[in-house]
Design a protein around this ligand. Structure first.
Ligand code: NAI
Ligand code: HPV
Length: 524
């Protein structure tokens, strides 16, 4: 049973597929209400209200996945989640239209002074001359951040007869041309726009992007809109520009602190506000809840998630192709780590044959996670494997080769340790399974499954019988046995697969046999 804590208001209808699952138990409580049971949850679903801090994650040791029913993840400590191997997903498209429409509504309301006029009429006044506004038609709209929402705002602005000047350092000329907007530097947008709307994420680079210096570069009489994140426009810096009339008006849906409390900006008549409503439509909430619910179901079924913030994103198609290699990679890493149970500095992975054409980053992450698993006490998976490897000074790299040793595909892992190097190679045979085809310099063929016993010995007659006798005497049943050697009379090895793991006494008894050099247990 997977337990899901839903700690913000998320559409019931969107959550229906999760509720329908017999394996999922949904609890709807905020974090403080759920304090006593935080340790029991496998998943956490939030919007922007819940602050997912490192401290909260410490109290949720079973957490595997955080779903953000929306876009912005600035309320989630993604680094802390990644460190713990927790997958973070969001619903990037579900509320785009709602946020763009809200931005547009705010912009129109701002220049026509609709909220102020509304309050006046509701106060039984009729003062038409007090609310003379401006047209949007013919004005220059400066858009800072031209992603999903920025570009939807641009389409609507063009329909209103506005010209759109965009600043986004990651925007290509092609895309700008397609959407009928012109690309400019930030300074150019600041200097030329009649209205400026921001649509970036809140990051170290965008916090305070419109601070005192940049506000001073804007046109006198400029209107500003922030329906993205509080803090992109510096609230404190804005105040003198409103006081001296340089800024004609501001529309804010978001605040540095939410709720903003008794904020000085709220006293200005020409500052219009909404309480973070950009995504608050029935449609957007259904979309985002449905998206995260589906992703959560996939995750719990062991299928790929498609909108992760901290995992390489895989389409269903790509996943179908790579998942067999993903498991093989995990096994190669796991076996290699146990065999090389010494400090290691470097892992080198080589892909050959059909696997070389696939999304190998994901397979390498899986291999790395398999390698680190026996070495670290905490959860390690493809989310945090790269970070943990770095912390432990283990570097890794991928290569590609044509050498498949006669197989359709081959993954080769070489582990470099102090004074020792080990290579293991495996292949995946469709409808048959994974096979290890090369182990520490010896060609062999075994399935990387279950309780394995590795025995390295000199190639002599009677070795198989001696090993069989010792295991029989200890009541250990052999399921399969594979043998291989470098050359007749030289280094040879056996890989046995056993029904149960062997204990130290068996390892010791085997090591006493003449001509046996090494005996190791390997779990796969
Ligand atoms: N008010 C609300 O309820 C909602 C707010 N949002 C917020 O709106 C913002 C935009 O969301 P989306 O368009 O979906 O995101 P997006 O990721 O599609 O677009 C963000 C754009 O900002 C650009 N960008 C990044 N750093 C920049 C910088 N330093 N200067 C200029 N451009 C930069 C990126 O290249 C990208 O094109 C986010 O902050 C999101 O959290 C989203 C939905 C609802
Ligand atoms: O999706 C976003 O980034 C939003 O800001 C929407 O936030 P909300 O889910 O309405 O709390």
């Amino acid at each position: 049973m997977f337990r899901v804590l839903v700690s913000d208001a998320i559409s019931e209808e969107g959550l229906a597929p999760l509720r329908a699952s017999a394996h999922i138990d949904i609890v709807q409580k905020n974090v403080s209400e759920a304090e006593e049971e935080l340790h029991t949850f496998d998943a956490l679903l939030v919007r922007s209200a819940t602050k997912v801090t490192e401290k909260l994650l410490e109290n949720m040791p079973n957490l595997q996945i955080i779903g953000r029913a929306g876009v912005g993840v600035d309320n989630i400590d993604v680094d802390a989640a990644t460190k713990r191997g927790i997958v973070v997903i969001n619903a990037p498209n579900g509320n785009t239209i709602s946020a763009a429409e809200h931005t547009f509504a705010m912009m129109a309301a701002l220049v026509r002074r609709i909220p102020q006029a509304h309050i006046s009429v509701k106060s039984r006044e009729w003062n038409r001359s007090a609310f003379v506004g401006n047209e949007l038609f013919g004005k220059k709209l400066g858009i800072i951040g031209f992603g999903r929402i920025g570009s939807e705002v641009a389409k609507r602005a063009r329909a209103f007869g506005m010209s759109v000047h965009v600043y986004d350092p990651f925007l290509t000329k092609d895309r700008a041309e397609k959407l009928g907007v012109s690309i400019h530097s930030l300074d150019e947008v600041l200097a030329s726009a009649d209205i400026i709307t921001v649509h970036t994420p809140l990051t170290k680079e965008t916090r305070g992007l419109l601070g005192a210096d940049n506000l001073a570069k804007t046109k006198k009489g400029v209107y500003l809109v922030n329906c993205a994140r509080g803090g992109i426009i510096d609230e404190r810096a804005l105040i003198p520009f409103l006081e001296n009339g340089h800024v004609a008006g501001v529309a804010l849906d978001v605040f540095e602190q939410e709720p903003p409390g008794d904020h000085p900006l709220l006293s200005f008549d020409n500052v219009i506000v909404t309480p973070h409503l950009g995504a608050s439509t029935v449609e957007a909430q259904l979309n985002v809840a449905t998206q995260v619910a589906e992703e959560l179901l996939h995750f719990f079924e062991g299928r790929p998630v498609t909108s992760s913030i901290n995992l390489p994103v895989l389409s269903k198609d790509v996943y179908e192709k790579i998942h067999a290699f993903y498991h093989l990679g995990r096994k190669l890493g796991l076996i290699a780590s146990q065999f090389m149970n010494i400090p290691v500095q470097e892992l080198s992975v080589t892909y050959a044959g059909t696997v070389a054409d696939l999304e190998t980053t994901y397979i390498t992450r899986s291999l790395l996670a398999g390698f680190l698993r026996p070495r670290v006490a905490s959860t390690v998976n493809e989310v945090n494997a790269a970070m943990i490897a770095k912390e432990r000074g283990i570097t890794y790299g991928e290569k590609f080769s044509d050498e498949t040793h006669g197989y359709a595909n081959c993954i080769s892992l070489t582990v470099h340790g102090e004074n020792k190097t080990f290579t293991i190679k495996g292949t995946h045979v469709p409808n048959y399974g994974d096979r290890i085809v090369h182990f520490d310099g010896v060609a062999i063929d075994f399935a990387p499954e279950g309780h394995l016993l590795y025995i390295q010995h000199h190639d002599r007659p009677g070795m198989i019988g001696k090993v069989g006798n010792v295991l029989g005497a200890h009541d250990v049943n052999i399921a399969t046995m594979q043998v291989g050697r470098q050359e007749a009379g030289g280094k040879a090895m056996m890989i046995l697969s056993l029904d149960k793991p062997v204990d130290e006494a068996v390892l010791h008894a085997l090591a006493q046999i003449d001509d046996i050099e090494t005996v190791k247990r390997l779990e796969a």
